[in-house]
Design a protein around this ligand. Structure first.
Ligand code: SF4
Length: 512
């Protein structure tokens, strides 16, 4: 019975994690074409494009955060859903063991990582029966950085820069614009939004995520919603948030809106923000043996067109080489906008490491160090380790801790994505340190910058949260917060807020 079901689901998981669907590739190619060459956004897109190629070629995770696996399964009448659920869970565990998914299932109370992506609530599997004879399995892998940017509005509401959002489509338009603005680069822009108008708080978010199963180039069958989607896409990019929030011409690659009935007293607008690493695929399976009959969102008979014909970081000659341990003078000479190439030792540290450092001394000497906000995918390699995916994670989560960690332990550079807040900016100035923004999601690209891993501390926190000792070569990043009180993130947020205010006056309507 369904002898191929397990292998089909496993193949779906591996492909989804490693091969970006053609509609997303096309949208990202459009973004590359729109940006001015030589800008920070264009440089970041070049790295993203290489990363997409490298992931598909080497069957490695596109982003190290392989997200919350969410399966939508349609089955014919009489199917054994209990057995299928078990098979899907086993396929997820196998893909994790193969290094195609990062262990991402964490006990919410103890912080313990289950190690296999299985646990209460993970993976998410929804079953529905349908009238067809075959089985459909769709999968989306949506990471934590963009998931944290999801937002739900209860309208009427007062929105920063936009004024009041009322209970009508104009109010919904304001909510969507606000959602994109508040995400800035923290969700690895350019992103795509799934939106639900109405429902309750739970069904609204579910429907918003469902909208992300639509292709980026489809047209909403409801003309009112089609107009709203076109209006958003026609205006949102003037916000100037750009790739990674560096500023630029493309902030959003898709807007998909659905609608559910609501209670008379409630009017929710739920927005699911997905990043550029928009990983979703699907398969139609033969209900007799579970073999793949057809792929959804991709056509395996069509060759994958490479995103870019380039390997490695193309130097402009203006890059600054950084070799940790760093001294104060070197760091203070750096300014926002400088591109650096780090070669030497870096330590990873994210949520659990930062919380640990509030109460304990570090397991290594952090004076002059480069601390990388990263939860890599790591494979045991004989006696050692091999990092197979290692892009930056969202730094703002460490805002409550970062200033203390910098000052107490002498960290000179923090590498992450999305930028940090006022407290960290002040600490950079006081202590003489910088924030370096790497390109979020570029997990394969950055893994290739890692020459070796020669140690690991705090393994009790699990693979993503441990402190990995990495040796890197020519690891590119942009100074986005310097030791003189400057922050590109603050500037872009302010400038895009002013643009947002201009858009509040533009009535909803189709794109021109
Ligand atoms: S691309 Fe960015 S937001 Fe998306 S999963 Fe990766 S780190 Fe998270």
């Amino acid at each position: 019975m369904l002898s191929s079901f397990f292998n089909s689901v496993l193949e779906l998981v591996v492909k989804t994690s490693t091969d970006l669907p053609p509609d997303v590739r096309a949208a990202m190619r459009g973004a590359m074409g729109a940006e001015q060459p030589g800008t920070q956004a264009a440089q970041a897109l070049t790295i993203i494009a290489q990363n997409i190629n490298q992931a598909a070629e080497g069957e490695g995770a596109i982003c190290q955060d392989t997200g919350m696996p969410t399966f939508e399964v349609h089955v014919p009448r009489g199917s054994d859903q209990i057995w299928m659920r078990q098979q899907i869970r086993e396929a997820v565990a196998k893909a994790t063991k193969m290094g195609k998914l990062r262990p991402n299932s964490v006990d919410s109370i103890t912080g313990e990582n289950s190690g296999d992506n299985l646990g209460p609530g993970t993976p998410i599997i929804h079953f529905d029966q349908w009238e067809n004879d075959d089985i459909e399995v769709k999968l989306i892998l949506k990471g934590g950085g963009c998931e944290n940017m999801n937002i739900q509005y209860s309208v009427p509401a007062e929105l920063a820069h936009l004024g009041r959002a009322d209970r009508n489509l104009e109010g919904v338009r304001k909510c969507i614009l606000h959602a994109v603005w508040q995400a800035q680069g923290k969700g690895c822009a350019p992103g795509a939004v799934g939106v639900c108008i109405g429902g309750d708080r739970t069904s609204g978010y579910l429907e918003a995520k469902q909208q992300l199963f639509r292709t980026l180039d489809d047209v909403n069958p409801d003309p009112r919603l089609a107009d709203l989607e076109a209006s958003i896409m026609g205006t949102v990019n003037s916000l100037g948030i750009g790739t990674m929030g560096f500023g630029g011409r493309v902030s959003l690659i898709g807007c998909k809106v659905g609608v559910l009935n609501r209670l008379p007293a409630s009017f929710f607008v739920s927005v699911a923000y997905d990043c550029w690493a928009f990983r979703r695929l699907g398969v139609r399976l033969d209900a007799r043996d579970g073999s793949i009959r057809e792929w959804l969102y991709r056509d395996p008979s069509h060759p994958v067109i490479p995103m870019i014909d380039q390997e490695g970081y193309r130097r402009s000659g203006r890059e600054i080489a950084l070799k940790p341990p760093l001294d104060e003078q070197t760091v203070r000479s750096l300014k926002v906008g400088d591109v650096v190439l780090v070669s030497g030792r870096m330590f990873t540290g994210r949520d659990q490491v930062h919380a640990y450092l509030m109460k304990h001394d570090p397991p290594v000497d952090l004076r002059g160090s480069v601390l990388y906000h990263c939860g890599p995918v790591v494979k045991k390699d004989g006696e050692g380790w091999q990092v197979t995916a290692a892009g930056p994670t969202t730094s703002i989560r460490e805002e409550p801790y970062q200033a203390d960690v910098i000052k107490k332990f002498g960290v000179r550079a923090v590498v992450g994505k999305g930028g940090m807040g006022a407290k960290t900016l002040a600490a950079l100035k006081d202590a003489g340190a910088v924030y370096l923004n790497a390109v979020g999601g570029a997990a394969q690209f950055y893994a290739k910058c890692i020459e070796r891993t020669d140690g690991v501390s705090l393994t009790e926190f699990g693979t993503p949260e441990a402190m990995w000792h990495l040796w890197v070569r020519d690891f590119p990043a942009i100074v986005t917060m310097d030791s003189h009180g400057n922050s590109l993130h603050k500037d872009v947020e302010q400038a895009s807020g002013e643009k947002l205010a201009e858009l509040s006056a533009v009535p909803a309507g189709p794109a021109t």
